[in-house]
Design a protein around this ligand. Structure first.
Ligand SMILES: Nc1nc2c(c(=O)[nH]1)N[C@H]1C(S)=C(S)[C@@H](COP(=O)(O)OP(=O)(O)OC[C@H]3O[C@@H](n4cnc5c(=O)[nH]c(N)nc54)[C@H](O)[C@@H]3O)O[C@H]1N2
Ligand SMILES: Nc1nc2c(c(=O)[nH]1)N[C@H]1C(S)=C(S)[C@@H](COP(=O)(O)OP(=O)(O)OC[C@H]3O[C@@H](n4cnc5c(=O)[nH]c(N)nc54)[C@H](O)[C@@H]3O)O[C@H]1N2
Ligand code: SF4
Ligand SMILES: [Mo]
Length: 707
């Protein structure tokens, strides 16, 4: 092996790396590579990613559960035959929708595309969705309805570098994308870094004394806060009225929907002082182009989005950006910080319940005709829109719901909300098939487990948080009998519906993806692996080989039929499972720098597991004193869904009405035992970020806590 240029397997920043040969088979060493997003930097997860390639319990052979209930090794042919037979008999008995597929935003574009095609063409099921529903779906829904296009950042990340102010709503970017912090430097130096988070996170810590503002609202109140920021902008005459007239459909709607949110009222709801709200609005406005500022950005993360009103909160952020004339202006804008490695590409190629490749709607007859043409099938044979992730999980094993589930790239038994229900529904299935690289919590309860390739073992493409298409390159041969997810789709298609064969060659799959996406919103027709190999600077849409790609969207028009942004009136509403006498605190969940998602990968990396070995609850000293609990001692958290015991981390970084727990741990350490699966009505995003919780001191003998 020679040195191979690729990108980190984890988050959407997709830091550029070079892999170097080492002596051990299947192993590599990693070096960061100069690239606009990471500027030669890597976080701790990126540095240690090679270890996941050779973890001792790496899956290397297909496994099938035997009569005694154990997962035992088998051959690919036997495992594929078994799964195909079960699918055939379940679909014969219960119909095509009896089989469901669940995808992931970590899959390459090629895998995501093949997964959607496999569900629609081979299985003919409408039951397909993916973990992006848990991730940025509220921002996607909001940008789709306001701008007509959902590309997380409609501008290159480096554009942030010139801004005078950046408002970060519910993003802890300093821990979730550490190398990206460099792009905040100018705004920080200008005193324009504005961070909205109920915790004093590492990101809030970037706000030095007098160099910006940390707004620390009550969890679940961002919508009121942003409505009030907009109120101040409009009342103080700071809006870009010419922009509102020219580029939006309803400037008056903006005034009407924010008129009642004067800062003193918002203070009562959010806990953020009215004076701070005014200060933040003025700082942001001063950087807007209409006032001759250096540029301003509003960016949202999961803290704003993962709520039952996430779509409306993002809409309020977009409305604030429109009031200031930011979207589509060079050096300003609104963006959602997409999370997973291919969180952007994963939402474009048809893994979503309502979507076909090219970010097309599965309900649109023209879109169906185009994609069916590429697939060589009759448009009438394509299923219609299906259930969203949580609705799909809650239907599994019910009389009307699917009897079988195939999971590719998600560890549902850790990362989905209200785990008791997830466990019950997975157990009620006749067939659970999990494709993974390691025996994740979900793989361990499956009937069949397929061992698949991961980043350094495969070729493909990923689309980063900027909408930039990147090459993932194979550097090593996968161990044992590991195959790509593409081989699973091909193997099952050959057995179930051989008339439409599936390629196992990612380069061929990409060529087909180009055709299927052509003419769609996310148009990849002009992007080829050869062009990417020459220069990874192609942002979609890129309709022709001669097209330079589109780093910046919306300069002249938005993606709506008349080219104007839609102003959608939204109003504040409380958290679905709100505080009450017996549950007086908010439980919020999120991430630690050291772990990735369900932790399936990073909990297996020794250095990361040693740094953060177990779950904990951040509580304020005042709460700790009330409970008589000191740092490291066990507390019991109880919500309407469940209860868990975990050590307290006593810190003034969290509000006294808030408890924070990271979601990266499995089994008894899974905070999703407690979270609420109440859904946003538009995006169907579950309310991971806030629910009412009761706290109590726990006994020393409580499970899992050493005395
Ligand atoms: N280290 C690490 N990095 C990651 C990941 C990971 O698992 N680990 N995952 C990747 C993925 S898929 C994603 S989606 C991104 C997520 O990246 P972020 O959005 O930055 O991550 P979170 O920690 O989920 O949430 C951000 C913040 O929201 C705050 N928060 C909670 N409730 C509220 C609220 O009501 N309002 C506001 N304003 N804030 C609130 C939390 O305190 C938290 O600090 O990270 C990506 N990068
Ligand atoms: N309480 C709470 N819960 C949350 C969140 C939160 O903030 N709070 N955040 C949510 C968010 S934003 C997200 S994105 C989800 C993520 O949660 P999950 O969907 O569980 O994501 P991962 O842990 O990344 O799981 C990916 C799995 O796929 C495997 N894998 C990696 N590469 C491949 C591949 O190429 N093919 C296949 N078949 N498998 C592969 C990995 O080993 C891992 O087991 O969690 C959500 N859950
Ligand atoms: S920031 Fe994201 S892409 Fe970069 S090294 Fe860390 S996990 Fe990997
Ligand atoms: Mo995510």
């Amino acid at each position: 092996m020679t040195a191979v240029d690729t990108h980190c397997p984890y988050c959407a920043l997709q830091c550029a790396t070079t892999l170097h040969p080492v002596e051990r088979p299947g192993a590599v060493a990693v070096q960061p590579r100069e690239f606009p997003t990471n500027r030669g930097g890597l976080c701790r997860k990126g540095w240690t990613a090679p270890e996941v390639l050779t973890v001792p319990d790496r899956l290397t052979k297909p496994l099938v559960r035997n009569a005694a209930g154990d997962l035992v090794e088998t051959s690919w042919d036997e495992a594929l035959d078994f799964v195909a037979d079960r699918i055939r008999s379940l679909q014969t008995a219960y119909g095509d929708d009896a089989v469901a597929v669940f995808g992931g935003g970590g899959l390459t574009n090629e895998k995501a595309y093949a997964l959607g095609k496999f569900a629609r063409v081979t299985l003919r099921t409408s039951n397909v969705d993916y973990n992006g529903r848990f991730c940025m779906s509220s921002a996607a829904a909001a940008t789709n309805r306001a701008f007509g296009i959902d590309r997380g950042l409609p501008f290159p990340l480096t554009d942030l570098g010139g801004a005078g102010a950046i408002l970060l709503v519910g993003s802890n970017i300093a821990e979730t994308m550490p190398p990206a912090v460099a792009h905040l430097d100018a705004a920080r130096a200008a005193g324009g870094l504005l961070v909205v988070d109920p915790r004093r996170t590492a990101t809030a810590g970037l706000v030095d004394e007098g160099a910006g503002v940390h707004l620390q609202p009550t969890p679940g109140t961002d919508l009121a806060l942003v409505l009030s920021l907009t109120h101040v902008v409009l009342q103080e005459g700071l809006a870009d009225t010419a922009y509102l007239q020219e580029r939006t459909d309803d400037p008056d709607g903006l005034f009407r929907s924010t008129a009642g949110w004067w800062p003193e009222r918002a203070e009562r709801v959010t806990g953020v002082p009215a004076v701070t709200i005014r200060q933040a609005a003025r700082l942001l406005a001063a950087a807007a182009p209409v006032h001759g500022g250096a540029g301003a950005f509003i960016l949202t993360g999961r803290g704003a989005e993962q709520h039952s009103k996430g779509t409306d909160t993002v809409t309020a952020c977009i409305n604030l950006a429109l009031a200031l004339g930011l979207p589509g202006r060079l050096g300003s804008g609104y963006g959602c910080i997409t999370g997973q490695g291919n969180g952007q590409g994963g939402r474009e190629h048809g893994q979503k319940a309502d979507q076909l490749p090219g970010y097309r709607s599965i309900a649109d007859p023209a879109a169906r005709a185009h994609v069916a043409g590429v697939w060589g099938v009759d448009p009438d044979d394509l299923p219609g829109p299906g259930r969203s992730a949580v609705e799909l999980i809650n239907a599994l094993g019910t009389p009307e719901g699917p009897r079988a589930l195939l999971v590719h790239g998600s560890n549902l038994l850790v990362s989905a909300p209200r785990l008791a229900s997830v466990r019950e529904h997975l157990a009620a299935l006749d067939l659970l098939v999990v494709a993974d690289v390691v025996p994740s919590e979900t793989a361990l309860i499956a009937d069949v487990v397929f061992p698949v390739t991961q980043w350094a073992e495969e070729d493909g493409t990923m689309t980063s948080l900027e909408g930039r298409v990147l090459r993932r390159r194979a550097a090593v041969t996968p161990p044992g009998e590991v195959r790509s997810d593409l081989a699973i789709f091909a193997g099952l298609a050959e057995r179930l519906r051989p008339a439409t064969p599936f390629s196992t060659d990612p380069a061929e799959v990409f060529e087909e993806l180009r055709l299927a996406s052509a003419g769609g919103i996310a148009d990849y027709a002009g992007i080829s692996w050869a062009r990417l190999d020459a220069d990874e600077a192609l942002f979609w849409p890129c309709p022709e080989e001669s097209h330079p790609g589109t780093p910046r969207l919306f300069a002249d028009r938005f993606g709506t039929p008349d080219g104007r942004a839609r102003v959608i009136a939204v109003d504040h509403r409380p958290v679905a499972d709100d505080l009450r006498g017996e549950a007086p605190l908010y439980l919020v969940t999120g991430r630690l720098l050291q772990h990735y998602q369900s932790g399936a990968q990073t909990r297996r990396v020794v250095e990361l597991a040693e740094a953060e070995p177990e779950v904990f609850a951040e509580i304020h000293p005042r709460v700790a004193a009330q409970l008589g609990v000191s740092d490291g001692r066990p507390v019991r958290l109880t919500t309407a869904r469940g209860s868990m015991v975990l050590p307290a981390r006593v810190t003034t970084d969290v509000r006294p009405d808030t408890v924070f727990v990271p979601f990266h741990f499995g089994g008894e350490g899974s905070v999703n035992e407690l979270t609420n699966d109440a859904l946003d009505p538009v995006s169907k995003m579950p309310e991971f970020k806030a629910c009412a919780v009761e706290l109590a001191a726990a006994s020393l003998s409580a499970k899992g806590i050493p005395a």
